[in-house]
Design a protein around this ligand. Structure first.
Ligand code: NDP
Length: 342
């Protein structure tokens, strides 16, 4: 049995979902209510691989909301993630993905120091961040979608916003070793971490977002932003490929500008329908087949009976592990989402 720990993108989203699911009394509640709500298993899942193998899983809603970080409800945020992990472990789930901000909160607030959750001693090898598969999928999206749009990587400038993060640094490593991308621009706030990444890669230009955007043919957004930022599409190159891997999305602007192509980053489509309801709730375009790559990682580990924290810690993702999870992804029938209109 595999598990998925997820959360909604905002208080407003949580209120809408409560209303849609027929809980109007929850729909009127503010952040305090969500801070005290316990984790819930809200979906039972069945996934069939293209090999014919069938696995079952559970979706655990942690009730974490990104606003908890903005409004200094840090203790509540920590409790949400630890309680959701304990809840998954208590069900006997062997491998559970920490979706979206769950792993960010885990790392940021050193939750490995809080192993004891009431009567449960958390066994961290039952959990994976899912970031190796996410980084792999984003890299394949860069390679495949650029080809769809006629952008030659050997002549392209790729900007990675959130370059020093777990996913961002893995993407930079892959682009550096597996592609002939002409120029790599690295964006984040902490300069020391950027310099460390630059010396690790032996290349890459450290740049502010404002300066980088007009130069980039491809922009990979993998910054841990609590809400999307507005950008002016007129400043972008044409064609320009924007791959937004953030959850919540990094880009707050709805872009409909000729030559500017937005791709949902870190999303895969399964070759067969998945028996679940949860992707309707997070408003995935094709909810029966499309899902976050981090969730797919725990499915892949379950298919392979690889009960280990495949992705764990920060900035440990190697190109070899991305290739390994990538092979399993193809084997079981997952494909990176590509640009539709091509
Ligand atoms: P990390 O916390 O490891 O890294 C975040 C990166 O973003 C760091 O480089 C950080 O550097 C940078 N950053 C944060 N805020 C800003 C800002 N305002 N401007 C520029 N850079 C910024 O996060 P992850 O790599 O684990 O996750 C990244 C994103 O991917 C998140 O939105 C997450 O929810 C999403 N995600 C998507 C998945 C999927 O399946 N599609 C799976 C898992 C995660 P600094 O602090 O120095 O600025």
């Amino acid at each position: 049995m595999f598990g998925l720990i997820g959360h909604l993108t905002s208080l407003e989203h949580a209120q809408e979902v409560a209303r849609d699911l027929g809980y109007p009394e929850y729909a009127d509640q503010g952040l305090d209510f969500w801070c005290s709500a316990p984790p819930q298993i809200v979906d039972n899942i069945k996934v069939t691989s293209i090999t014919g193998q069938i696995i079952e899983g559970r979706y655990v809603e942690s009730c974490f909301l990104p606003e908890m970080l903005a409004y200094r409800r840090i203790k509540a945020a920590m409790r949400k993630i630890l309680n959701a992990m304990a809840h998954a472990q208590k069900q006997g789930i062997k491998i559970t993905a920490l979706g979206g901000f769950s792993s960010i909160v885990f790392e940021e607030f050193n939750l490995h120091k809080h192993r004891q959750v009431r009567n449960i001693q958390l066994e961290f090898d039952r959990f994976t961040t899912g970031n190796t598969h996410t980084a792999y999928v984003i890299c394949r999206q860069v390679e495949l979608a650029s080809a769809q749009l006629g952008i030659e990587l050997s002549q392209a400038t790729v900007a990675v916003c959130g370059a020093t993060g777990d996913i961002g640094s893995a993407v930079c490593r892959w682009l550096n070793t597996k592609t002939d991308v002409a120029s790599l621009l690295m964006i984040a706030r902490n300069q020391e971490r950027l310099q460390a990444l630059q010396s690790d890669l032996g290349r890459g230009k450290i740049m502010g977002l404002e300066e980088a955007l007009p130069q980039a043919d491809i922009i990979v957004w993998v910054a841990s932003m609590r809400k999307g930022m507005e950008i002016d599409p007129k400043q972008l190159k044409q064609p320009c490929l924007l791959i937004d891997g953030g959850y919540p999305k990094n880009m707050g602007t709805k872009i409909s500008h000729p030559g500017v192509h937005v791709l949902k980053g870190g999303i895969v489509e399964h070759s067969l329908d998945i028996d679940w309801k949860i992707m309707n709730i997070v408003r995935m375009a094709v909810p029966g087949r499309q899902l976050f790559a981090c969730f797919a990682e725990s499915m892949l580990l379950e298919f392979e009976k690889l009960y280990t924290n495949f992705s764990w810690g920060r900035n440990q993702i190697t190109v070899e592990k991305m290739e390994q999870i990538g092979k399993l992804s193809v084997k079981h029938g997952f494909k990176p989402l590509l640009v539709e209109e091509c």
